[in-house]
Design a protein around this ligand. Structure first.
Ligand SMILES: Nc1ncnc2c1ncn2[C@@H]1O[C@H](COP(=O)(O)OP(=O)(O)O)[C@@H](O)[C@H]1O
Ligand SMILES: [Mg+2]
Length: 450
């Protein structure tokens, strides 16, 4: 089944971080606009009332001033005590619109040309007009709008400033908080990840959020079913291989007895072939038992063993069965490397690798075995180069690349099951390191945990 993935997976932490920050920012801006709107109205009211107040204060003074003049129709400019910038300017006009009095830097052009009563505004100024002395005098006072605008802008900016701090704080805060809330999920993931293929026991669900517990429980029940399926497969393999042993051994013994009874000839040849087939069957059942053991767990022993003395025993044994073959063994000086791998599992592993080196290597050339003080085993033999794609497949069951000799294609599968079951690593090289051809297998035992 192929899954068509249309969307890239998103990090929950990132989505929540960005989402919450955006929401807070928008809310802040919304609240800010409301505050600015309300204060603007209030401010305008205040400014307006002081504008009107000023006009009403100036009016009586202006009236007295104008009436006391020798020529009341003559325009006059109020001299300031000292040149200064005025925020408020005013004009006093008669009912014909003639200017009778003006503040020292009032520009008549900015004022309304008609005589208006009350508040009104132009694009640049806010005005307030009143009339007195039976509508014969009219005062209009003007205030530039820039002041009101500056006050509002200043306030908006002072409210915007905290956003600069709020955005990163909110993002970091939600990031840290989400990470904190997800810590049990991360621990759960790590626990699943750290497991080797052999460990299918249930994973702890404590501390997980309620949304995740159903998933974790499904994973556990899946692990359980997988464990049972694998166990039944293994025990079936082991049992059938075990049950096959006796009949195969009996058949072999019978054929050997029969061979002695017939004289040399075609019948003897045929019997020889049957014997070879039976031996093949016998070694297949042996390998199947090894594979079942290798995949079944229990590959680590309670106390550590010295791998070097075990290795020496196995190599000596193999040399005795192949007296003509040159096998060299290079060991570190202190002759000791302790490891928790089960001695039986170690023996099965080494035998399979060594048998391969003898069987698949050029017979006239030596097999070189070395074990380093760092726990790295190397077995090198002469052979023609195996292409990399084939090399990658070799550890699968029933995969063989040299079919000129007898075999089942299970040796490296057994070795791989043992190596990954104990937490070691195995690599193949062809050509062997530093050579033009040959085959090299390295197993690193240093990663096995006690
Ligand atoms: N030491 C070796 N030298 C050369 N080729 C090897 C060596 N070990 C394994 N191979 C290759 O890997 C294949 C798979 O090995 P294995 O799983 O042990 O199966 P078998 O030995 O039954 O063929 C072999 O058929 C052979 O081609
Ligand atoms: Mg083999």
């Amino acid at each position: 089944m192929t899954l068509t993935q249309t969307k890239k997976p998103q990090s929950l932490q990132k989505t929540l971080g960005i989402g919450l920050t955006l929401a807070v920012t928008l809310l802040w801006i919304f609240a800010l606009s409301g505050a600015v709107y309300v204060s603007k109205n209030k401010l305008n009211e205040l400014f307006d009332s002081s504008l009107a107040e000023t006009a009403q204060r100036i009016m009586p003074l202006a009236v007295v001033e104008i009436i006391n003049r020798e020529d009341p129709g003559q325009a006059q400019q109020i001299m300031s005590f000292k040149a200064h910038d005025e925020h408020l300017v005013y004009l006093v006009r008669n009912n014909l619109g003639q200017i009778l009095l003006q503040s020292h830097n009032a520009d008549p052009a900015i004022f309304n040309q008609t005589l208006l009563i009350g508040f009104n505004s132009s694009t640049t100024h806010r005005f307030y007009g009143i009339s007195a002395v039976q509508n014969t005098l009219h005062i209009e006072i003007a205030e530039p709008l820039t002041q009101r605008r500056a006050a509002i802008t200043e306030m908006a900016i002072s409210l915007l400033w905290p956003l600069i701090l709020l955005i990163p704080l909110c993002f970091i805060g939600s990031w840290v908080f989400v990470r904190y809330s997800l810590r049990h999920i991360l621990a759960y993931r790590n626990e699943i990840e750290s497991r080797g293929g052999g460990d299918l026991t249930t994973v702890k669900v404590e501390g997980l959020p309620t949304e995740i517990i159903p998933i974790a429980e499904s994973v556990n029940s899946l692990l359980d079913r997988l464990q049972r399926a694998l166990e039944s497969e293994r025990s079936f393999t082991a049992n059938s291989a075990h049950e096959l042993r006796t009949p195969i051994a009996t058949a072999l013994a019978q054929i050997q007895r029969l061979q002695q009874k017939v004289s040399a000839g075609s019948i003897q040849d045929d019997m020889g072939k049957i014997e070879t087939t039976l031996r093949g069957l016998s070694s297949l059942s042996e390998k199947l038992m090894q594979l079942a053991k290798a995949e079944g767990g229990g590959l680590l022993s309670a106390e550590p063993h010295n791998l070097i003395s075990l290795l020496q025993l196995i190599v000596d044994d193999s040399q005795r069965s192949h007296p003509a073959k040159i096998i060299t063994l290079t060991l570190p000086n202190n002759r000791e490397y302790m490891s928790a791998i089960d001695p039986d599992a170690f023996a099965i592993l080494i035998r399979n690798l060594l048998d391969n080196a003898i069987k698949h290597g050029v017979y006239a050339q030596p097999v070189e075995i070395s074990f380093s003080s760092k726990g790295i085993l190397n077995i090198v033999n002469a052979a023609s180069v195996i292409p990399t794609e084939t090399l990658l497949q070799l550890r699968r069951r029933f995969v063989r690349s040299n079919i000129s000799v007898q075999g089942m294609g299970l040796g490296l599968a057994i070795a791989d099951a043992i190596v990954s079951g104990v937490g070691a690593t195995m690599t193949f090289n062809s050509p062997a390191t530093g050579q033009k051809d040959g085959f090299e297998v390295s197993v690193d035992f240093s990663t096995i945990k006690d």
